[in-house]
Design a protein around this ligand. Structure first.
Ligand code: R5P
Length: 263
């Protein structure tokens, strides 16, 4: 792997653990002002000290994160659709590589929509990004998106998506946790991180999800709603961090969450 790509990945994945806690705050690019992310600066700022990297669009980066903040950026460079439009899968590339370089990002990211009418387009966009990324030493994160079809999240489908992303050169892949998640990891030769998805019933469920994913081979999380829609977001990210970076059991991480929530 070339030096620039390795160097940037080591900003995202802690070299000592090989894992990452990415904070996803890119939801507005198709959902608009999502609950608890209405004012992104207010949501993001208290969480920054506990995140290994921030995943967001250039608009929110420029307006809601100070350039002095010492946080690696994974820049979303795909979009062009909305939750009320005809198809979430019809995404294109929105942001140039020159812009990503100007913003000093540690990686760029896009969604791929395998199994939809737009799989070819989104997979070719991934290939284009990888070609550019290799030119400039910037890693590419492929997100195996399912749009509104959350029930598509099974090991067979997600293994297919992750493997295709890796075959096309993605440097790491983000997907969903599922039963038999170890098969998804086994079939994918690059690191896999998991999204949290919509808010779960309890915060303990979130911790269990993170724990199960890590114990089955995930290299970390790229989590949004289950952190910043929690009643105590700082306590939430610190507890998730305990699991991902410190191998805490679920009960210990939950105790940490409860004690921090009561401070
Ligand atoms: C979805 O494509 C967005 O990129 C989110 O970043 C991603 O879903 C992770 O956020 P959450 O944990 O809220 O699902």
């Amino acid at each position: 792997m070339q030096w620039g790509i390795k160097n940037r990945l080591s900003r995202i994945f802690n070299p000592e653990t090989g894992r990452t806690v990415m904070l996803a705050v890119d939801h507005g690019y198709f959902l608009g002002p999502t609950r608890k992310l209405e004012n992104p600066r207010d949501t993001i700022t208290p969480l920054l000290p506990y995140a290994d990297a921030l995943m967001l669009t250039r608009g929110i980066l420029r307006t809601c994160v100070d350039p002095e903040a010492n946080i690696p950026v994974v820049l979303r460079v795909s979009g062009g659709t909305s939750i009320i439009g005809p198809s979430l899968a019809d995404e294109g590339l929105t942001t140039s590589f020159e812009e990503a370089i100007r913003l000093n990002v540690s990686a760029v990211t896009l969604s791929i929509f395998v199994g939809t009418d737009y799989e070819r387009e989104t997979l070719l966009s991934l290939s284009e990004l990888v070609n550019e990324g290799e030119k400039y030493g910037i890693p590419v994160l492929a997100v195996t998106a399912v749009g509104k079809e959350l029930k598509k999240r099974d090991a067979r489908f997600l293994s297919l998506c992750c493997r295709i992303a890796a075959e096309l050169g993605a440097h790491y892949v983000k997907t969903y946790y599922c039963d038999e998640f170890e098969k998804v990891v086994e079939g994918c030769p690059v690191p896999v991180v998991i999204a949290g998805g919509p808010q779960l019933d309890t915060f303990k469920d979130t911790l269990q999800l993170a724990h199960d994913a890590i114990s089955k081979g995930a290299s970390g999380v790229d989590m949004g709603r289950n952190i910043w829609q929690a009643d105590h977001p700082v306590a939430a990210i610190r507890a998730v961090r305990g699991i991902v970076q410190e191998n805490m059991p679920v009960d210990e991480a939950f105790e940490l969450f409860e004690s921090l929530s009561n401070e």
